[in-house]
Design a protein around this ligand. Structure first.
Ligand code: NAD
Length: 220
């Protein structure tokens, strides 16, 4: 039920809107007064990111990059007419990397790069193209991936402590950024908006256990 008018009269298409971040985005746009169409698919197979076979990589490219590209290409003729905008969901790790996740990181880095290239091409038609890079957002996917680890509770605590804000994000946090980009960020195109609770800030322990450590010689 719409409660606001921030994006009234607009039609929003959300992919993966059945749960997690996508469901949060559906909710927020409905509350902003938009008409929302969303799709999803049954039984998403959770994939542990260590699976780095070429076939797994290809499937992830198909899902994260080519799926995004194909839908955008289909939507563009209409978006040009309506002066609409595109918001891709990338990931913080596409910018900063992540251990044991080469395919995922590579596909998300590509989503961010594609966002910038498309923003350049579409600006002449008045179509803005931006992406959101979430950090740790508590969703069913996060919970499923944690369940693959030897100590899920410890994994979830680590994920929580990764943010200076001391919590994981909620789908509503990402959704608020999406509504902002769509409805108010009229001079933003080609941006990557981090919704991360500050996870990328500051130094931390980055060396993987087993890395030869070479402390500097401290002058006496
Ligand atoms: N949760 C996080 O911490 C986090 C962090 C950074 C980026 N992201 C990105 O945010 C997006 C959503 O993640 P989430 O955590 O909400 O995941 P999720 O698995 O909880 O929800 C994703 C939804 O997308 C649907 N889906 C999957 N493939 C689809 C397809 N081909 N067509 C239509 N729907 C499809 C699934 O069925 C599921 O309902 C993903 O692109 C993810 O990479 C998530």
């Amino acid at each position: 039920m719409a409660t606001g008018t921030r994006y009234a009269g607009k039609v929003v298409v959300v992919t993966g809107g059945g749960r997690g971040i996508g469901a949060g985005i559906v909710r927020a746009f409905v509350q902003s007064g938009a008409q929302v169409v969303f799709c999803d698919k049954d039984d998403p197979p959770p994939q542990w990111p260590e699976e780095t076979s070429a076939q797994g990589f290809r499937q992830l490219l198909e899902l994260n990059l080519l799926g995004t590209y194909t839908l955008t290409k289909l939507a563009l003729p209409h978006l040009r007419k309506s002066r609409g905008n595109v918001i891709n969901i990338s990931s913080l790790v596409g910018a900063i990397g992540q251990v044991q996740a080469v395919p995922y990181v590579a596909t998300k880095g590509a989503v961010t790069a594609m966002t910038k290239a498309l923003a350049l091409d579409e600006s002449q038609y008045g179509v803005r193209v931006n992406c959101i890079s979430p950090g740790n957002i508590w969703t069913p996917l996060w919970e499923e991936l944690a369940a693959f680890t030897p100590d899920p509770a410890a994994t979830i605590l680590e994920g929580t402590l990764a943010q200076p804000l001391g919590r994981m994000g909620q789908p509503a946090d990402v959704a608020a950024a999406a509504v902002f980009l769509a409805s108010e960020a009229n001079f933003c195109t080609g941006i990557e908006l981090f919704v991360t609770g500050g996870a990328e800030l500051g130094y931390g322990r980055k060396a993987i256990p087993g890395t030869p450590v070479e402390p500097p010689t401290i002058p006496s």
